[in-house]
Design a protein around this ligand. Sequence first.
Ligand code: PGA
Length: 243
Amino acid sequence: MTPGLRPLIAGNWKMNTLVGEAVDLARAVAAGAAGSKAELLVCPPFLYVAGLAGLLKESGVAVGAQDCHAKAKGAHTGDVAAAMLKDVGASYVILGHSERRADHGETDAQVKAKAEAAMAAGLTPIVCVGETLAEREAGEAEAVVARQLTGSLPEGFVNAGGVVAYEPVWAIGTGKVPTEADIAALHAAMRAQVGAKTRLLYGGSMKPSNAAAILALPNVDGGLIGGAALVAADFLAIAAAAG
Ligand code: PGA
């Protein structure tokens, strides 16, 4: 944790849940959210952002999306603009997740443009960075992340309250987690690069059993949770571990 920064526990639901499941999950998270020291955020698929934003309005649980387009509007079939997300009640948007970088070839420059669009629309961007296993084994993790941060974070990101999520690609959905020393070292390097005001999340196979230890590390200001965010009790247990 970083003194003065409220921890953020964010659920990335990815391409999961039918609408009934999404509503049940959101309700269960809301039911356990009262009194949470951490800020709670759920990021469902686009289709459910509006509905869940309405459902969670009084709960204190924020709603975000998992992507947005870099342009404000126009001829971009199938895409969703940041202003649309803001308009239906989203407050955050995850950008540059490694699955989008891999599945859609998103580059740092595109992520930066999306973060600019998000900020212009009044959304808080959560920009994801992280090395592959080959990069980690080659001793390049810190250099890769530093390069991604340089390329992906627009001017004004820090002052806009932008959030960074460090998610080693090899730890996502695999049950593998870096050592606490490795997470601490990586987060210290990110802290030195982005300054004291930016919340730095860890993501990648975070679960109730490892959350307390990870969240206690210096410069870890919350978590971006995938699989465990689909089980309300697990997500809430992680949130409780944040303090
Ligand atoms: P995981 O996913 O918790 O299932 O590893 C994290 C993420 O991709 O955001």
